[in-house]
Design a protein around this ligand. Structure first.
Ligand SMILES: Nc1ncnc2c1ncn2[C@@H]1O[C@H](COP(=O)(O)OP(=O)(O)OP(=O)(O)O)[C@@H](O)[C@H]1O
Ligand SMILES: [Mg+2]
Length: 251
């Protein structure tokens, strides 16, 4: 199966500090890939290179390539807004905009020029259903998103990401700020979303990686030490450092 995203010899420096040291990795479509590893090893940096969020950091320099559906996303003239429509991001801390639930979800589609009320209504409903929060908010769509619980806010942010019909969802510790019940809901949701999206998720929760992901990559000091089917990586790691990490001996 052709990968939907491929990183090739990807290097990233913050000033002179190497945060990614030559990463080559194929990410398959309609699979959940988990990125694990100790703090500061480059997981978030890698995730952000996939939708060019690091471009916003002035000291960053990047070498190598990231191919999305075979095309280099760093090629000159590449439309970054269009890229971010195809590759959506959900962050650790839910970050709803200070506006109504409806407007949060309609924000992206409106940015992309959709004005028709009926069409927006349909997108908002479908996205909220997709993020498993419709039943909880259908009667309060005009109320502020800031009045939702943390777990609801995170599902709203997932709905907001889905509203622009992305292809890939990047999730950076999307459940780590939530109580166990909300986190479990989002985990279930991630498994449902896999039917339609490619998901790449950073998690510190190794049980979570083992439960939901198809493939896991172990990062250490800006390198991918081991990458393979999740069951195999957790039960029979090939590298000693992976084994030490997953058995809790460091990190
Ligand atoms: N904006 C930045 N400017 C300078 N250095 C940065 C910046 N962001 C990250 N770094 C550095 O790059 C390295 C990788 O950081 P990154 O955030 O990717 O790690 P991480 O694996 O996501 O860690 P954590 O698990 O703690 O979130 C670290 O040494 C970090 O200090
Ligand atoms: Mg991080």
């Amino acid at each position: 199966m052709a990968p939907i995203i491929r990183a090739e010899r990807l290097e990233l420096y913050y000033g002179t500090h190497p945060a990614l040291r030559g990463i080559t990795m194929d990410l398959p479509a309609n699979q959940i890939t988990a990125l694990i590893g100790p703090s500061g090893c480059g997981k978030s940096t890698f995730l952000r290179t996939l939708d060019r969020m690091n471009d916003l950091v002035p000291t960053v320099s990047i070498r190598g390539r990231v191919l999305y559906r075979g095309e280099d996303i760093y090629a000159p003239g590449r439309d970054v807004t269009a890229l971010r429509k195809q590759i959506g991001m959900v962050f650790q801390k839910a970050n709803p905009f200070p506006m109504s639930i409806y407007d949060n979800v309609a924000y992206g589609p409106r940015t992309h020029g959709i004005r028709d009320r009926g069409r927006l209504d349909a997108i908002v409903e479908e996205s909220l259903r997709g993020a498993a929060i419709w039943d909880e908010v259908r009667d309060r769509l005009k109320k502020s998103a800031l009045g939702l619980s943390g777990g609801q806010q995170q599902r709203l942010c997932i709905a907001r990401a889905l509203a622009v019909e992305p292809d890939v969802l990047l999730m950076d510790e999307a459940t780590s700020a939530l109580d166990p019940i909300s986190a479990a809901r989002i985990e279930e949701l991630i498994l449902e979303l896999k039917q339609r999206y490619t998901i790449i998720m950073v998690t510190h929760n190794l049980q979570q990686a083992a439960r939901v992901s198809d493939r896991t990559a172990f990062f250490l000091l800006g390198e991918v030490i081991e990458y393979g089917p999740t069951g195999q990586l957790f039960s029979m790691p090939r590298d000693k450092r992976t084994e030490e990490y997953i058995t809790g001996r460091f990190g």
